[in-house]
Design a protein around this ligand. Sequence first.
Ligand code: KG4
Ligand code: ZN
Length: 354
Amino acid sequence: MDKLTVLGLESSCDDTAAAVVELTRAADGQVTGPGRVLASVVHGQTDLHAAFGGVVPELAARAHAEKLDLAVEQALSQAEVPLSAVDAIAVTSGPGLIGGVMSGVMCARGLAAGAGLPLIGVNHLAGHALTPRMTDGLEFPYLMLLVSGGHCQFLLVRGVDSFTRLGGTIDDAPGEAFDKCARLLGLEQPGGPAVEREARAGDPTAHRLPRPLLDRPGCDMSFSGLKTALLRARDGIVAQKGGLSVQDRADLCAAFQAAASDVLIEKTRRALDVAAGACGGQVPALAVAGGVAANTALRKGLQSLADARGIALVAPPLRYCTDNAAMIAWAGAERLAADLVEPQDLVPRPRWPL
Ligand code: KG4
Ligand code: ZN
């Protein structure tokens, strides 16, 4: 049995993060998991972009370049691990905003060259997809539903380097749709938690919102039409009554949340069927990651789905579900353990499907 300690860096969107993670490898080379997160530092940029209604790539890249060294210093000091005791450095090399990805790769290159350490390029989506192994020691294969502000896809995870995309959104990500819904109703950002809070006092059947693409086979989803339907429902009320009451807002949020989670749950049911077909039998676990995985209505629906099939639902703690560097360090450690360190993975790639 040996231990691998990896420093991870993440800067592909609006979080500057560094983490130190330890992986244990058995004598036969197998990684059993879970891993040990020795430190995980995240510097968010929400305030920086708040006035612009979205992430501004140039501002993000500059802020990453300014904060990466600090994040690394903090992570190493919190972990009480000197750089010389680290086995490798892992960095997100895509997909994401190219300026931020380049800042991370440059920083990692400098550190690796200075300390004479191997450097591992990690796909950000692979980082999310492998997180349940770090937090729960989940074994392959499993189905991962990744639902955040930027991503929405089903991945059949069969190995460290074996991901099959079974479907995903053809337009907006669900988190993005929740954020737009909140904006249309005058609620604060990020919209997901605000919509969920309002929805508690609302009637999900007060408005009939569509369930896009449920009438079509397959695991693809669409969320942009939902936003348009919500806009129409809102304008209908405003035209009738001259404004929205507290109850109107709650009903609209409840109807929106019900529509979005119905689509995600029904498509997850289908993705589980497709995964079972591909694996020659039921996959033993369903895992979720991404900020939207915090939604209670969605979690309840996924739990019932998993219970009905007798499989486990694995939802890592939220701090490892949203963007972080521990997942990058872990994915790097898994690649190192499996001898999958490829120089071409270090080329910054704004687009990099799994
Ligand atoms: O994974 P994440 O932190 O960041 C990226 O998108 O990379 O996800 C953030 C998204 C936001 O769009 C936010 O509105 C959504 O996750 N979100 C939620 C909830 N909490 C966060 N959506 C629905 N319900 C929630 N409770
Ligand atoms: Zn992400």
